[in-house]
Design a binder for this molecule. Structure first.
Ligand code: GDP
Length: 452
């Protein structure tokens, strides 16, 4: 879900670099990308524009913490703003027993399925005794479907396939549910393919006779912008108290979730993440924001990095790299620092824009192999790789359980890296080095190297 938005924000943020402060200049491209990403994720243009403005004023002039890159810092700010936009901490239902909930929404949005899921969820988590009332007088199949769900969840059901007056059904259902000692009464209403006057009139009338505590709009996230319009119409007619956003497991572009809350001010309270009864949860704005950004947990990554990487050591390395006398022993020690952070897979997963990147066992195996090869060398050989004649390479290969060609490859890549560092000495190189540091933190990007 939301992969494309994640990827785009990731790209935009990678381009941010700076010298300790977020400025209009170093943020411009990234913000443009953020706006584009939001628009192509189907976020309403007004929402996107306001959002970017807010991010900008929030970011400008902020000091970039020493061990956090500007990109990461911006991600954190965007994350917090997104969570706010999505309505953090507004997902509670009325806390009362009995509780009456009326479900509204378009045909196929997942209304009936969600009625069953909600009954199950509230019975399990909040100890309610649910009743499901079928108020759809047009589709007998919808009544059958709800009855089936009620049976599966072991809750009370009321429906009348011969009655055409929904208000009567609702009132009788209510009485029957009370008599059956239910304290959560969920009314599943009829949907239409589109919003029309008839439907709106019907749910207005129904609302009057049901007197619900909650009116929950069920909206299909795959509908994108259209879902936002639908939400607005329903909200105008019956003042919805919450939204259940369904089908978030699909390839929805995510814009619906973003725009819906800010265009209607109706909080998203629950989300459907699959067809099964338990693929349903309360809506967590902060988690959704993190997921949209694919940032995983940047903050905790940064904290871990701070604890683990010895700043002085990192500085010494950067200095060595600048002077281009970085040797295999330094390389080994860098790699061990990275390893202290945790497995590659878990680190990559925490990085913004990397959530889609599959760094798996392969990369970790490569890293372990590289380490083994270097460890099979003598200290002298590590400091002066030129000493490694073919017979020595053979010994190293045998000692680390690899083939000679693997040793050769490692040495070749190491030599290339050194050449690059040499080129980077002097004026232009210093600039590059700085940019690298700004992007990757001091010691510039060594963690990436084992990718060889
Ligand atoms: P209604 O017409 O609004 O009552 O819609 P239904 O409850 O009959 O759901 C329509 C279709 O969407 C059914 O095939 C459901 O299984 C499916 N559906 C509902 N919620 C979700 C969801 O969160 N994820 C997925 N993948 N499918 C869902």
């Amino acid at each position: 879900m939301l992969e494309s938005l994640t990827e785009k924000l990731g790209n935009a943020l990678r381009s941010i670099r700076g010298d300790g402060k977020l400025t209009e200049e170093n943020m411009e491209d990234a913000l443009k990308e953020v706006r584009k990403a939001l628009l192509s994720a189907d976020v309403h243009f007004k929402v996107a524009r306001e959002f970017v403005e807010r991010i900008k004023s929030e970011c400008l002039g902020q000091e970039v913490t020493r061990s956090v890159t500007p990109g990461q810092q911006v991600v954190k700010i965007i994350n917090d703003e997104l969570a706010q936009l999505l309505g953090e901490g507004e997902n509670d239902l009325e806390d009362k027993k009995p509780l009456r909930i009326m479900m509204v929404g378009l045909h196929g949005s997942g209304k009936t399925t969600s009625s069953g899921k909600l009954a199950r969820y509230l019975a399990k988590k909040r100890g309610y005794r649910p009743a499901l009332i079928a108020c759809d007088v047009y589709r007998p199949a919808a009544i059958d479907q709800l009855e089936m769900l009620a049976k599966n969840e072991g809750c009370f059901f009321y429906g009348d396939r011969n009655e055409k007056d929904v208000s009567k059904i609702a009132r009788r259902g209510l009485d029957a549910a009370k008599a059956a000692d239910a304290n959560l009464i969920i009314f599943d209403t009829a949907g239409r393919l589109q919003i029309d006057e008839g439907l709106i009139e019907e749910i207005k009338v129904l609302k009057k006779s049901v007197q619900p505590d909650e009116v929950l709009l069920v909206a299909d996230s795959a509908l994108g912008q259209e879902a936002v319009n639908v939400a607005r119409h329903f909200h105008e007619a019956v003042q919805c108290t919450g939204i259940i956003l369904t089908k978030l497991d699909g390839d929805a572009r995510g814009g619906a979730a973003l725009s819906m809350k800010s265009m209607t001010q109706v909080p998203i309270k629950f989300m459907g993440t699959g067809e099964k009864p338990d693929e349903f949860d309360v809506f967590h704005a902060d988690r959704m924001a993190s997921r949209i950004l694919g940032m995983g947990d940047v903050v905790s990554l940064v904290e871990r990095a701070q604890e683990t990487i010895d700043e002085k050591e990192a500085e010494r390395m950067a200095d060595k790299m600048r002077r281009a006398d970085f040797n295999l022993e330094d390389f080994l020690s860098q790699m061990q620092q990275v390893k202290k952070l945790g497995s590659m897979g878990s680190i990559m997963g925490m990085l913004p824009g990397m959530s889609g990147v599959k760094i798996g066992d392969d990369e970790e195996k490569k890293m372990a192999r590289t380490e083994a090869i270097i460890q099979a060398m003598t200290v002298k050989e590590r400091q002066r790789p030129n000493l490694l004649s073919s017979s020595r390479r053979m010994r190293v290969a045998n000692g680390s359980g690899v083939e000679v060609k693997d040793v050769n490859q490692l040495l070749k890549q190491f030599t290339q890296m050194r050449k690059m560092m040499k080129k980077m000495k002097g004026g232009k190189g210093r600039k590059m080095m700085k940019a690298m540091e700004a992007k990757m933190g001091k010691g510039g990007g060594m963690p990436g190297l084992p990718g060889m």
